[in-house]
Design a protein. Structure first.
Length: 124
């Protein structure tokens, strides 16, 4: 008959701290994602006034967006689990981009997207 030794107090406190950290991280992620999704109603009136779209049509569009957001999460989660969630270079399937290069490309993409938005909003 084997007896298992009880975990020491330092191991138990380490497990509690790790669990607490995981709970805090999950709460922070939930807070950020729910905040983004739940605040769209605050912008409903300004959007409808500036675009001329009815509140009913805009509300329906936001509702469809929420539904698609929720329905797509398990699908993209499964894809990320199967193929990995790393940014890969074309032709180099085993090598990820270095952090500095990945950051530079992300900022470049953001700047290009912002310029396109500004050109669309102000075509002069």
């Amino acid at each position: 008959m084997s007896t298992s030794a009880a975990p020491s107090s330092s191991q138990a406190s380490s497990n509690i701290a790790g669990t607490f950290g995981l709970i805090l991280a999950a709460a922070a992620i939930l807070l950020i994602t729910m905040g983004v999704r739940q605040t769209t109603g605050l912008f409903l009136l300004p959007i409808t006034q500036s675009t001329g779209v009815s509140i009913v049509a805009m509300s329906f569009a936001l509702a469809v967006g929420q539904f698609v957001f929720g329905a797509a999460q398990p699908v993209f989660g499964a894809v990320a689990d199967k193929y990995g969630a790393e940014i890969l270079r074309e032709g180099a399937h085993d090598a990820t981009l270095p952090g500095a290069r990945r950051k530079a490309l992300t900022l470049l993409f953001a700047r290009i997207a912002a310029r396109r938005v500004f050109r669309f909003l102000d075509p002069e």
